[in-house]
Design a protein around this ligand. Structure first.
Ligand code: BG6
Length: 514
């Protein structure tokens, strides 16, 4: 890929924060390192903390040194850091934004971009509305820019359907839809993009990618760490908002969508929307039949001692927030009718691991098994390993050499590392920032997509609220099932699949510490 010729100015709100420090600036530096940034690339950081340009550059360099993929090259750093500037101010203060507008105008003279500006909201969601209103008010988003002016919105995009709709309505008063880039960093992961290449770039998988051949699909996004010091944020969101509404719904959409007519933004997003629309809405009154929520108890995960969820800093002792969720979704369309999608995610599980298991049906007649064919678990499983140990594995039965017919489960395995070397894959943010600079919205979430995902999730939240209200009326409080930290989840999650005569595929390579 060649350097972009059109200069741009990226204004990052929340530039002194964690996301900018750990992810955005190292990703931008790595783009510079690969010669992918436009000439005269300008980054103007904005946040409450007071820094001079020089202090901001030092902080940026420290971030690249600590979190970047291959250290700092002085020559490239010199070029990159010349384009870094900083302006402090308050997110809801008109005066601060007037100063920001003056700074943008000044930089525009020194380093002209012809109005090509990106505003990145790397802030808590509570200030999304004031920031966007104020940049509008001070004239930073003139609408004669023809798509040159864009706004990138970090997650979480709303906390339920109503708030997501309200945020969309607000943004659409100020910007056109094609100027709004809603981020889900999972879409920037190489292996997530590869789901589409695997499915639609090959001829042999798509014909079997349907209810005739597939028994069910499992999507696991496990994390070994607990919530650490994020209690304040996490307890208000839980696994369902933090992971399911966004990242997992995207993984599901890419796995289940119909082929787009072209690999371009609207075609891809139309198909994702179609499949999200086909997800059968869960009846809130029957939420327990489809969804299991739980909290981790104390334990050891990956060698680290973790306190129970309700003992974590920032979490009330009577919290009913889910640190784990398992759910079953049905997709009511021609391709998937009768093929359940089981999703699970949690903190304090045995490993950090994301994978999608496509479990194929058993052969109609079990020629080589002595037990009743229906009791033999399916042997053909296609595992898309999203992270770590990125790759794809297809398991099948083979005859072990010898005079008797002894069957053994074997696998064909593709590993990114073996195939493409140990070169670290670009961070998800690198790809997404580059696409936003280029004006490509394919890997960003469209308005209808975010609202549909919230619609399906909000029904679950309503179901839980109904349960808690009913208990409250009886003077009782809800208590969630627990699972010891470092395990795959509560027994209720196993039961969710067991009642369908299925079980979770836990990778054998991961040791569970109890
Ligand atoms: C974030 C969540 O969106 O994704 C975090 O807020 C989570 O809680 C993280 O840890 C996981 O992302 P990744 O890329 O590390 O799998």
């Amino acid at each position: 890929m060649k350097r972009i010729e059109q200069p741009v100015m990226l204004v990052v709100f929340g530039a002194s924060g964690d996301l900018a420090h750990r992810k955005l600036i190292p990703a931008l530096y790595h783009l510079a390192y690969q010669n992918l940034l436009p000439p005269n690339f300008t980054l103007l950081g904005f946040a409450r903390t007071k820094y001079s340009d020089e202090e901001f550059r030092e902080m940026a360099r420290a971030g690249v040194e600590e979190y970047g993929v291959n250290g700092v090259d002085d020559h490239i750093w010199h070029w990159f850091s010349q384009g870094l500037f900083y302006q402090s101010g308050n997110y809801d203060d008109l005066d601060s934004f007037k100063k920001l507008a003056a700074r943008v105008a000044k930089l525009e003279k020194q380093r002209p971009t012809n109005g090509s500006q990106l505003y990145y909201l790397a802030t808590p969601p509570s200030v999304f509305e004031p920031i966007t209103s104020l940049i509008y008010e001070v004239g930073l988003c003139r609408d004669d820019m023809e798509g040159q002016l864009r706004v990138i919105i970090e997650k979480p995009f709303g906390h339920d359907l109503e708030s997501a709709r309200a945020l969309n309505q607000h943004l659409l008063k100020l910007f056109r839809e094609d100027q709004i880039y809603r981020i889900d960093h999972y879409l920037g992961k190489e292996t997530v993009q590869n789901i589409l290449v695997f499915r639609f770039g090959n001829g042999i998988f798509e014909p079997v990618w349907n209810r005739t051949y597939i028994d069910h699909v499992q999507i696991t996004v496990a994390e070994a760490l607990g919530i650490e010091d994020r209690g304040g944020y996490y307890d208000k969101s839980g696994a369902i908002r933090d992971m399911v509404q966004n990242h997992m719904m995207q993984l599901l959409a890419l796995t289940a969508m119909e082929p787009p007519f072209a690999f371009e933004a609207e075609a891809v997003r139309d198909q994702k929307v179609n499949v999200l629309r086909a997800i059968r809405p869960i009846d809130p009154a029957r939420v327990d039949e489809w969804v299991v929520r739980a909290q981790y108890g104390s334990g050891v995960s990956n060698g680290k001692v973790i306190p129970g969820y309700t003992q974590e800093k920032g979490v009330p002792a009577n919290s009913t927030t889910d640190s784990y969720i398992a759910l079953k979704l049905d997709i009511d369309n021609w391709r998937w009718k009768g093929v359940p999608f089981y999703l699970r995610t949690g903190k304090a599980m045995p490993a950090k691991l994301t994978e999608i298991n496509i479990v194929f049906r058993r052969p109609p007649l079990m020629l080589f098994e002595t037990v009743d064919g229906d009791k033999v678990p399916p042997s053909n499983i296609l595992t898309l390993r999203i992270q770590p140990d990125e790759g794809i594995r297809l398991s099948f039965d083979a005859k072990r050499p010898g005079p008797n017919v002894v069957i053994e489960r074997v696998a064909m395995d593709f590993s990114y590392r073996e195939q493409f070397g140990s070169q670290p894959a670009a961070d998800a943010y690198e790809r997404l920032l580059l696409d936003a600079i280029l004006g490509d919205t394919t890997l960003f979430i469209r308005r209808d997509e975010v609202e549909l995902a919230w619609d399906r999730i909000t029904r679950i939240l309503e179901g839980w609220q109904m349960q808690e209200d009913a208990l409250k009326a009886q003077g009782k409080t809800a208590k969630l099932p627990t699972y010891p930290a470092g395990t795959w989840g509560p027994k209720e999650a196993d039961e969710l699949l067991a009642k369908d005569h299925r079980y979770w595929r836990n990778p054998a390579s991961v040791r569970v510490s109890r």
